[in-house]
Design a protein around this ligand. Structure first.
Ligand SMILES: Nc1ncnc2c1ncn2[C@@H]1O[C@H](COP(=O)(O)OP(=O)(O)OP(=O)(O)O)[C@@H](O)[C@H]1O
Length: 244
């Protein structure tokens, strides 16, 4: 039986809930003001909690602050107020260097466009961030092979991005985001550039991998049908996060 703590965000996945949440935002504020005649208050009391192993969709109209929220959650931008906790670590008061270290260790990103390096093979693209983090070539190659196999791309491991379809390229980008075993996966319109059938397949692979790897995932998308297949759907409404 679950017995939610008062004040805690509801609906975490009880099977994977032990341990710290992958991501906790508490009353996050973000106001853009630099060089603007009028302030743009994008996030105003935005709170959410994503448990390890939970895949959550974030749907909201264009311009409502999805990218802003993802950038703050991924420590690419600083909130003007509130708390950002990643895998149990509060990040608000940390130096830029410390935040970068946490981002590299604990956060994986997938974007609408894959940004794969075109002169490298699929396997090399996946292995690169792990090599950059200091892993041996052998360990990085083994991890890349394991992930490419999980998304059905073993036969394409030696292909360069230009030799892959859009959906295959995005599957490689997902593997690359997961290679360092992050605690949190942030995806911004990961299937925005793909046809409906391919989008569905890439979404399923992303969600399946996040669950088997036990990380929390927040996936921003305009696609309501795909969002409904995630564990939960959240919306942004007037700068706050509400259940979708
Ligand atoms: N650097 C900035 N300076 C000023 N305003 C900004 C800045 N970045 C974003 N904004 C404004 O903040 C609001 C939210 O932008 P954001 O990119 O987070 O929205 P979004 O929901 O991700 O939109 P989309 O789905 O179109 O990508 C928009 O009104 C945008 O114009």
């Amino acid at each position: 039986m679950s017995d939610p703590t008062p004040g805690a965000a509801p609906e975490t996945n009880s099977e994977t809930a032990p341990g710290p949440a992958a991501l906790e935002l508490t009353d996050v504020e973000r106001v853009y003001s630099q060089g603007l005649a009028e302030e743009v208050r994008v996030l105003h009391g935005a709170s959410l909690r994503i448990a390890a192993g939970e895949v959550v969709a974030l749907v909201a109209p264009s311009g409502s602050g999805k990218s802003t929220l993802l950038h703050i959650a991924g420590l690419l931008d600083r909130a003007d107020g509130g708390a950002v906790r990643i895998a149990g670590t509060e990040t608000a008061g940390l130096s830029d260097g410390r935040r970068t270290a946490i981002r590299r260790r604990d956060v994986g990103f997938v974007y609408q466009f894959h940004h794969l390096l075109r002169e490298f093979s699929a396997a090399e693209n996946v292995a690169l961030p792990m090599r950059a983090a200091g892993a041996s070539r052998r360990a990085a190659d083994a991890r890349a092979a394991e992930l490419l196999e999980a998304v059905g791309l073993s036969p394409r491991a030696s292909h360069r991005p230009a030799e892959l379809s859009g959906g295959e390229q995005q599957r490689v980008a997902i593997c690359r985001a997961l290679v360092n075993r992050p605690r949190l996966l942030l995806a911004d319109e990961p299937t925005g550039n793909l046809d409906p059938g391919t989008s569905e397949m890439v979404f399923e692979l992303l969600a399946g991998l996040a669950r088997t790897e036990g990380l929390g995932a927040l996936v921003a998308t305009h696609n309501l049908e795909l969002a409904a297949r995630m564990d939960r759907v959240l919306r942004l409404d007037g700068g706050r996060v509400v259940a979708g």
